[in-house]
Ligand binder design. Sequence first.
Ligand SMILES: Cc1ncc(COP(=O)(O)O)c(C=O)c1O
Length: 465
Amino acid sequence: MAPDHADLGVRLVGEELLVPCLDGAERPYLSLDAGASTGALPAVAERVQAFLPWYSSVHRGAGWKSQFATAEYEHAREAALAFAGRPGGGERDDVAIICRNTTEAVNHLAYRLRFEPGDVVVTTVVEHHANLLPWGRVASRRYVECTPGGTFTVADVVAALDAEPRPRLLAVTGASNVTGWVPPIDAIIDAAHDRGVPVFVDAAQLAPHRPMPVTADFVAWSGHKMYAPFGAGVLVGPRTAFADGDPFLAGGGAVDLVDLDEVVWTDPPEREEAGSPNVIGAVALRSAIDEMTAIGWDRIVAHDRALAARLRDGLAALPGVRLLGSGFDDVLPVGTFVVDDVPHALVAARLSAEHGIGVRHGCFCAHPYLLRLLGLTDAETARYREAVLRGDRRQIPGAVRASAGLSTTAEEVDRLLDAVGQIASGEPAPVAYDQDEHTGDFWPRAASGPWSSADRSLGASCARG
Ligand SMILES: Cc1ncc(COP(=O)(O)O)c(C=O)c1O
């Protein structure tokens, strides 16, 4: 029998749970929000449970448990290096720094590269804010623009690299969190290296879906987006980049000697990990890496492609639905769309309250990219900006994103398509929805259930980006 690429047979912890819907029925919760965060793989949860009795301080204790925990932590570091395509014993002398997430990793690297005023980092308008804002603090940014479809070419990157002054770094995403577009990252890295420019790849979205770009100088990703939601992420780069100078965090564990006014920092990677590390997160991350390795990239990529085609073609075919982004040679199983005349926040609220489907809506922490994809004029953007500054997020531009992961099936994609189709066809909602001015979110007028709770002020959208 031919393999069913659209169903890997993987299930995540909690996927059997039912959630209440407005019609009084309970439905199996369908998370199509893997791009934001994934549930845990059962093997990851089991590994964490099995490790907990042995949990102890790492790098600090002589006791058996401390030694065991330290070994587990260091094995996770080795697994992260191998996952990034830099296994021990290879020619490269890279280190894996275990941190909280991609955001922390980029801030860490931006601090550590010790740019001088006037130094330039080339980046792109496609980036998540995590790969934009930290660079703006330490350098001038030069942007690679995108087409209305949301792509750029290697030649566009080359033009930005060749402009004066010469850049110190190229910081680019391995895959977009908004459209799922996978840029031709290997060719981009080669072009930068031909010009002597090192490259940081934000692999937050890439890591759960495609092998890492092995030639990148620096790469970072987050465990919570690859089935290990226990708070660990990774920054990988050459040991030499972290060998001198002040580490990002100063404190215990990062030093060899401290006198009242002198410090001798220890060697990387410990030099970069001041404070007690997240051992559980590291154990979970290693387990997720093992599980993904066991499934294998061939199967993961085939599953991604089958789902991406079904999701994206299905959305594009729905009357009244506009899929954002086009012209992609490779794309993750992500479909970001707007529905004519229905605010993005209302589409997401109806998918949740009427269908039990969890998606993301808003600007996805990538405002420059989203505004381009939506094709907003400067005047429109200025109007929204003014309203937001007044605290009114009701008209904030945005879209709805459905993003799939290892456990998503073709039937689940069809469930989303049916639900979006109903909303886009103008089918009236069973109850009225009220919009919260402060968050921009919509809430059904229901007497009971989570919708009537007092937690509304927290909001659901990423309007705040
Ligand atoms: C492309 C991209 N980069 C960076 C991040 C930030 O990741 P984290 O929130 O884990 O720090 C995200 C999160 O959505 C992302 O999608």
